[in-house]
Design a protein around this ligand. Structure first.
Ligand code: GDP
Ligand code: GDP
Length: 449
């Protein structure tokens, strides 16, 4: 538990820190040992919110002190908590508005190195409007509007905290996730003889600068960094994930099928976008669909490339046949990009890499809150959720909790009774209207606590 991300709740007495702490941690709160002068008067607990675990420190317990000044002890306690936290959650009381003590706390928070998320608590109802405006003037941006007591705004709070507590994303990538020029991590998978080696050699054989190959991201796969020049002559970095080593070991014929699925899955761990290469002379087979399904299940973006197009007979009916088989066979995602290429002649390869960058952009996309809310209203208005047993399922709001793959939570009441077909409707509508195309989109439904 020692290395969980830490959120420190900071604020003057009575703003609702303990209430929020209890809501985040639930009943499993742990009172921490009282090493003198260090952790006294502070509570810590583990929170589990929408799939993420983190530690919460509540710096409450000073109600006996003069509320108009910032007592040294409170300040020391809070400073210690903030210093060790990944993010400080600065709570103000939207009903009481901003008071001098809030401003004093704001001043020294500003001088700390810890990122600050501001939340206006007790934000339910109109009595909070003025206080929310005052909170904005503290200079920490738009406050998250929260009602710790009523459990409102917890999704927004989570979204605001997420960049600081989603360590997985931060550690895995040292790159700006929104940067379209970050190296594209592309894996090429497919059945034996589909042309994977030929394709990679083709990429690397052209007069493009190779900065690899770099051995062993696993024992059986390598990453090759190279540079690709786009249509505007701009150089883009691509990291090819090649799992060729594994296939060489597969001597026994009946192991081949299993291996190329395993291949694909291994590559998936390292890739943002997976290209499933098919042999156009053979068409789409059940095993290809299995690989495609698994790639999508793992939340990766998928592109399907029909290779050996140079020797394909009857190309247009072949293409349409594969398109149709994909629509029927891949139940979870419609419209996966399908491209015709030839590793032998180079046909379609630039288009393939372009598609890779485009697909990655969709996969990494964060939808602005306003756009997301407008989509949500439209989608629910156009097709309201059903009312099983005469009781309407109410969907209240949506929030994107992460990207890569894009993942959303919708809060509402009786969501456990929402039919799977309605969930599919929402996901498909999101794909279509928010520009996710055929990347996998994850949706979770929650009832607010
Ligand atoms: P702390 O001193 O900052 O830990 O504050 P507490 O959690 O003890 O809360 C102070 C008071 O505010 C209590 O009476 C809570 O019931 C009340 N309170 C907490 N959150 C809310 C809220 O969201 N709305 C309203 N109206 N009251 C709240
Ligand atoms: P891998 O097992 O997926 O790595 O497949 P290879 O790259 O070893 O290719 C298998 C066979 O298909 C080889 O004989 C290649 O020359 C051939 N091949 C690969 N790409 C093409 C292509 O675009 N057109 C044609 N005509 N043959 C190809």
């Amino acid at each position: 538990m020692a290395n969980l991300p830490i959120v420190a709740i900071v604020g003057r007495p009575n703003v609702g820190k303990s209430t929020l702490f209890n809501r985040l941690v639930g009943k499993k709160l742990a009172l921490v040992d009282d090493r003198p002068g260090v952790t006294r008067d502070r509570r810590e607990g583990d929170a589990h919110l929408l799939g993420l675990d983190f530690r919460v420190i509540d710096t409450a317990g000073y109600e006996d002190e003069d509320p108009d000044t910032l007592p040294g002890r409170m300040r020391r306690q809070t400073e210690a908590a903030v210093a060790e936290a990944d993010v400080a959650l600065f709570l103000v009381d939207a009903r009481a508005g901003v008071v001098p003590l809030d401003e004093e706390i704001a001043r020294w928070l500003r001088s700390s190195d810890t990122p600050i998320v501001l939340a206006a608590n007790k934000a339910e109802g109109r009595a909070a409007e003025q206080g929310i405006l005052e909170a904005l003037a503290l200079g920490f941006g738009d406050p998250v509007q929260l009602s710790a007591e009523h459990g409102e705004g917890v999704g927004d709070l989570f979204e605001a905290l997420l960049p600081y507590i989603d360590r997985e994303v931060e550690e895995e990538e040292d790159v700006d996730l929104d940067n379209p020029y970050a190296p594209l991590k592309l894996a090429i998978v497919g059945r034996p003889n589909a042309g994977k080696s030929t394709l990679i050699n083709r990429f690397l054989g052209q007069d493009r600068l190779i900065t690899g190959p770099e051995a062993g991201i696993t024992r059986d796969s390598i990453a090759i960094d190279w540079e690709w020049r786009d249509r505007d002559g701009e150089v883009r970095q691509v990291r090819l994930i090649d799992t060729a080593g594994m296939r060489k070991k597969a001597k026994v014929q009946d192991k081949l099928e299993k291996l190329s699925v395993a291949d694909a899955l291994r590559a998936v761990d390292f890739a943002e976008v997976v290209v499933l290469l098919l042999d156009a002379t053979l068409g789409l087979e059940a095993q290809d669909l299995r690989i495609a399904d698994r790639v999508l299940e793992e939340g990766r973006a998928l592109i399907i490339a029909l290779n050996k197009w140079d020797v394909a007979e009857n190309p247009s009916s072949l293409f349409n046949g594969v398109r149709k088989a994909l629509e029927d066979g891949l139940s979870q995602v419609k419209g996966v990009p399908l491209l015709a290429v030839s590793a032998a002649t180079g046909k379609g390869l630039d288009t393939l890499i372009e598609a890779g960058f485009e697909t990655r952009a969709a996969w990494s996309k964060r939808v602005p809150t306003g756009e997301l809310n407008r989509w949500f209203e439209r989608a629910v208005d156009a097709n309201p959720p059903p009312a099983p047993g005469g009781k309407r399922i109410k969907l209240r709001y949506v929030t994107q909790i992460k990207s890569r793959p894009p993942s959303f939570v919708i809060f509402g009441t009786r969501v456990d009774q929402l039919p799977a077909s309605y969930e599919r409707y929402l996901v498909n509508s999101m794909r279509r209207e928010l520009g996710f195309g055929a990347v996998p989109v994850r949706l979770t439904l929650r009832a607010p606590k």
